[in-house]
Design a protein around this ligand. Sequence first.
Ligand code: SF4
Ligand code: SF4
Ligand code: SF4
Length: 448
Amino acid sequence: MSKHMFSDIRVPIDEDNPSIKRIEEKCIKCGICKGICKGSLSVYGYYNLENTGNRAICIGCGQCSISCPTNAIVEQYDYLKVKEEIKKGKIVIFQVAPAVRVSIGEEFGMEPGSITIGKIVSALKKLGVKYVFDTTFGADLTIMEESSELIKRINDKDTLPMFTSCCPAWVKFVEIFYPEFLENLSTCKSPILMEGSMIKNYFAKLKNIDRDDIISVALTPCTAKKYEINREELKGDIDYVITTREFARYIKEENINFKDLDDSSFDNLMQEGSGGGTIFGTSGGVMESACRYAYKILTGKDPSDNLLEFNDVRGLSNVKEAELVINDIKLKLAVINGTGDARKILEKIKNKEVYYDFIEVMACEGGCISGGGQPKVNMPITPDIKNKRSSSLYEIDKNNKSRVCYQNMDIINIYNNFLNEPLSDVAYKYLHTTYIDRSNELNKKEGI
Ligand code: SF4
Ligand code: SF4
Ligand code: SF4
């Protein structure tokens, strides 16, 4: 029998998949994973095992895992390796992605959307983590660079529409199925990789720590990021990614009473994120944050109220469209959830049926709040649960003293002391990346 048993019923998963794995004895062959991968992701059914050399094509999103009713598909576990590193006395540094703070409480009997950031930091410190930083800082860095890149592309009449690049599953989707659009991807690294780079190349120097002594870990809602950190051009800045579910498991195994933990704060240097950095965790958040800063770049003024609550790009709809006029520049925007809908839009762009300047794509429906590594305590993960997680991110944004990346003191300091300005040579060196045409994966012969 082929190594992909029952591939007519369920989605094939290779043994060396860095994001997910299947536990055979738990699989009831219900076929839900296949439906998800084919439908909202538009991956399964768009390749043929006979042509790929019997390799499954996977963008790592983990949506099959979040939907599997028996937990037969799970993330590749890395938390035990992190535990080992802590035991060895390594300098373990964590960063915590936005969507984790509004979902992990569900694992401990709390309501969906409970904001638990202080407890997360306390739990990490109890486990022996030396420094804990906020990925919203990395998200702010991303916006500093990405909005600047968008304006530069418009001014230089360079390739448009520009696509966001913070979702590694989306990036891989483009690389495999639509390499003709590689130039459209923003060259910005994702927030965790920008922050990972700053931890090993900036923080380490300031603290006089050898970067090789640091074990850098990202706590994220995402299974695709397990693959992303090992991409050849990104390797080395982050050592492990663990998901929200893995972290909850780790806490339970260590008998930490998460619900009763006091709050602790993030550590200095990458302690602060703006509200705009926080809403990266939900669909439309990257777009909204980028528009806030683009407004500042083009007008020199703080964004007006309609950009601090940009309702046209909020919500769970699979495709959201908006227009924004700043000075005499008119921007046509689209926000897409799910690579299935992205495929339809890419086809329309190819056929010149639609035009956009800037497109945000997240592989998971609703964005990272619904990531493949998020809690599965309340099944199915209904729109109500997604809305509660998302509303809490908007609430954090609303209550934040800084709402836009350039108002974040930690961002001001790192540009003053290290990066100079957005799109500077130093910024390009540490915060930007390149992409690869992977379309040959669709047409390989066995063994090659
Ligand atoms: S969804 Fe889970 S149980 Fe159903 S076929 Fe896929 S792996 Fe098996
Ligand atoms: S992780 Fe995503 S792309 Fe990979 S098999 Fe699952 S649903 Fe399909
Ligand atoms: S939407 Fe977020 S959680 Fe889902 S694959 Fe993309 S980055 Fe990961």
